[in-house]
Write a protein that binds this ligand. Structure first.
Ligand code: DX5
Ligand code: ZN
Length: 217
């Protein structure tokens, strides 16, 4: 069974509490929270205060995706705000083992992410130290972009490496994932689909969750 992580970036920020509680009752498995610094990516989103507000509205697992040039500075504030997992990018931390250790020492899961133009080989040596591999299927910074198809073989390569080594690292795919490409993304090897626009603009969110839950690898 595949899982779904609605990305709050796609929600109506003027009604954030309702959006979060609606995603929870629609059956979402977790929430994906995109943190952007205007430096690693050309956009700014929200910070720990908003994560803390979201954590008061839901018991869902909060998957915090740090698109920051200096993630090490912000791990503790996001954990204090209620993050259950913190993911940072290999592009800013080419030697990520120590940062993973620091994240886990705070009692949360840790994830590593890679951009569409970063080869999967950049993260393979480190997967044993991570609970999550977040494969970007758009260049990060904005919701509502088109899924980059050429990322599919990368998902499969990561899946094979994880299975071959008997790891429990979960593969999340993030960017442009929707009802049309979901089954291909899961067939390629994804465990969890991040959906911003596709989830929050879906005419029937619960039906979308059900469809994703029906997908098998
Ligand atoms: C992109 C973010 C994504 C984004 C996904 O920088 O990391 O999580 O919110 O949004 P959609 O599903 O609209 O591509
Ligand atoms: Zn994201």
């Amino acid at each position: 069974m595949a899982k779904i992580a609605p990305s709050v970036l796609g929600a109506d920020f003027a009604h954030l509490a309702e959006e979060v509680s609606d995603a929870t009752s629609a059956g979402a498995d977790m929430l994906h929270l995109d943190i952007m610094d205007g430096h690693f990516v050309p956009n700014i989103s929200f910070g720990p205060a908003v994560v803390e507000a979201i954590s008061r509205e839901t018991d869902l697992f909060l998957d915090v995706h740090l698109m920051l040039s200096q993630p090490e500075k912000y791990i503790e504030p996001f954990v204090k705000a209620g993050a259950d997992a913190v993911t940072f990018h290999i592009e800013v931390h080419p030697h990520p083992v120590e940062l993973a250790r620091q994240i886990k020492a705070l009692g949360v899961q840790c994830g590593i992410s890679l951009n569409p133009d970063t080869p999967v080989e950049a993260v393979l040596p480190y997967l044993a130290g991570f609970d999550i591999l977040l494969v970007m299927s758009v260049f990060p910074g904005f919701g509502g972009q088109h899924f980059i198809e050429s990322v599919l073989p990368k998902i499969t390569a990561a899946r094979e490496a994880i299975d071959r080594s008997g790891l429990s690292t979960r593969i999340l795919v993030d960017g442009g994932v929707d009802a049309d490409n979901a089954s291909r993304v899961v067939s390629a090897g994804a465990d969890i689909l991040v959906m911003g626009t596709a989830f929050f603009r879906a005419p029937d969110r619960a039906a979308l969750v059900k469809m994703v839950h029906g997908l098998q690898k």
